[in-house]
Design a protein around this ligand. Structure first.
Ligand code: 1PR
Length: 531
């Protein structure tokens, strides 16, 4: 019997789904005494280090957990579940961790690299362990801004390490107590195999043999993301649709490119590094009343073991009965249905308008700040829907302009990228660069950068837009809109340095397989994840 320590701070649905998909059953830790009764314990820590420790204390779990760990009983910590084994974290100075492993957890340096460290990276397995017994060198999915460092005091704990700027600890193990910084439940087939090894309880060698570690640094892959724009068609069924410059109708009817769950499962099988659902009419429909969308997410998360993002309608709402829901309530429901990240579109524009009116700072009440505080920055994506506005000279506007190689209709040589709301229907007086910067400051963990001009055209990503936003922020940026062939992916990675590229139409219409994109990227020397 497997016991899951879920202290209610975030999405552990995907872990439950993965455990069930592997044929194991689970029991939940509900009281402190359940911990010492557990036979095998999994702690998928989520959110911030301090919040996790605070909850463990409040629930009376800290002492039984320390006792369980000190007895060396079977344990698998995941992400914060690894970090809390250490003495403390720079994330919350003064808050003690469980203290089993000597050392502090520190923030990644973001002076050269995007932080969070988000995506698929390799691990260097340094000792024999049943966890990695059938490991074939695949990458695992990481998402974190803080990491444990190896030192002389904790070297006997380190099972695997990885590199992101500098080396960090990606797995620890001593006897039956182990933990991983990555998310096995989101790491495709390789992650599921590792999880199965723990669940099956293979014997751990007393003195594991030291493995010859690879000398080359591990590399974070550029991600290839499949996106499903979802809405109800005229018959009321939820379908995957796809627009041309955001117009999803053809001869008056909503284009239907397939069923959301089936397509998401197909993309998982075909090697997508992440799958994104955008509920494109979420700006006008209240998502919590939109049960089919939640059901889509629930069913997709039973079959897709890579990260799932959901966007559309994440904002505060008062229903017809006068019940008020905060944006956090809406996000919470999406997370519980299986999302790993939520994407905020129109509401982000309104948030930034308000923040700018307050001098560019937040007051703690916005959806971005509130969701990031509870679920962590990495769980909050901001989706931007910009459209080009041409000007003769940069002085003609207060907005961030670029000199463009594609002059405007009147031969204008400059343009700015105007943010829109409501699926491109309404332009606002704010540009994509400013929006991205303010959202980063408020706590967004990633930018999903669309382009209305390029959407559905197959003409390639808007490199001028992507380059401008990429260089304005430190958080990861996903380039979206316009992919028409494999070369477009290489071009956007090589010329702008974005962390991920997203496409829809070419995958839905089976014009370009995901694997073809990745083989081409590999030929060009761009790191990708092999399935
Ligand atoms: O504003 O918070 O309710 O969120 C609504 C979300 O829905 C936003 O993320 C917005 O981008 C999206 N959305 C709204 N209307 C549309 C539409 O198409 N009419 N879709 C829409 C946005 C852009 C991408 C698309 C890429 C790649 N679609 O999702 O998948 O452009 O397409 P391509 O590879 O075929 O070129 P809120």
């Amino acid at each position: 019997m497997i016991s899951l320590l879920d202290y209610g701070a975030g999405n552990v649905r995907s872990l439950r789904n993965a455990i069930h998909a592997l044929g194991f059953s689970l029991t939940e830790i509900e009281r402190p005494e359940d911990i010492l009764k557990a036979e095998r314990l999994i702690f998928p820590g989520v959110g911030a280090f301090g919040a996790a420790m605070e909850r463990l204390h409040r629930l009376g779990y800290v002492e039984p957990l320390r006792e369980y760990l000190a007895a060396g009983r079977p344990y698998l910590g995941i992400c914060i579940g690894l970090q809390t084994l250490f003495e403390g974290s720079e994330e919350c100075p003064g808050v003690a961790g469980l203290g089993l492993i000597p050392g502090q957890v520190r923030r990644f340096d973001d002076s050269e690299l995007a932080v969070p460290h988000m995506g698929w990276n390799d691990v260097r397995v340094e000792r024999d362990s049943p966890l990695f017994a059938d490991y074939a060198g695949e990458k695992f999915y990481f998402v974190h801004s803080f990491r444990a460092e190896q030192s002389a005091e904790n070297a006997d704990w380190v099972l695997a390490s990885s590199d992101y700027g500098s080396p960090f600890v990606s797995a620890v193990q001593r006897g039956q107590v182990g933990a991983v910084q990555f998310h096995p439940e989101k790491s495709g087939a390789a992650g599921l195999r590792l999880l199965r090894r723990f669940l099956a309880g293979d014997a751990v060698p007393e003195t594991p043999a030291v493995r010859e570690a690879a000398a080359a640094p591990t590399k974070l892959a550029r991600r290839v993301i499949a996106c499903l724009d979802v809405r109800a068609n005229d018959a009321g069924d939820l379908v995957v649709t796809k627009g041309d410059q955001y117009d999803v109708r053809e001869s008056g009817a909503v284009r239907n490119l397939g069923k959301p769950v089936e397509l998401a499962a197909r993309y998982y099988e075909e090697g997508a590094d992440e799958v994104t659902f955008l509920n494109i009419t979420g700006f006008r429909d209240f998502p919590l009343a939109d049960q089919p969308m939640l059901e889509v997410l629930e069913r997709a998360s039973e079959r897709v073991f890579v990260p799932l993002t959901i966007g559309g309608g994440i904002r505060a709402f008062t229903d017809a009965e006068g019940t008020h829901y905060s944006a956090l309530d809406v996000a919470d429901r999406y997370f519980r249905a299986g999302a790993d990240k939520v994407s905020i579109g129109s509401e982000a524009v309104h948030i930034v308008e308000q923040a700018l009116a307050l001098g560019g700072e937040g007051d703690g009440t916005s959806a971005i700040e509130q969701i990031a505080e509870v679920y962590g920055n990495q769980a909050v994506v901001v989706s931007i829907d910009p459209r080009r506005v041409y000007v003769e000279r940069p002085e003609d506007t207060r907005h961030h302009t670029v000199e463009t190689a594609e002059p405007g209709p009147g031969g204008e040589r400059y343009c700015w990228f105007q943010c829109t709301v409501k699926g491109g229907r309404e332009g606002r007086d704010i540009d994509a660069v400013e929006l991205a910067r303010v959202c980063e400051r408020l706590g967004a963990g990633e930018i999903l950068l669309n382009s209305i001009d390029r959407d559905g055209t197959g003409a390639g990503f808007d490199l001028e837009l992507v380059g401008a936003v990429r260089s304005a922020v430190r958080i990861p940026v996903i380039a979206s809109s316009g992919a028409g062939c494999v070369e477009h992916f290489a071009e956007v990675f090589e010329r702008t340095g974005v962390e991920a590229a997203l496409a829809a139409g070419i995958f839905h219409r089976r014009e370009v397989p995901i694997e073809a994109v990745k083989s081409y990227l590999r030929e060009r020397g761009i790191e990708t994840r092999l399935r």
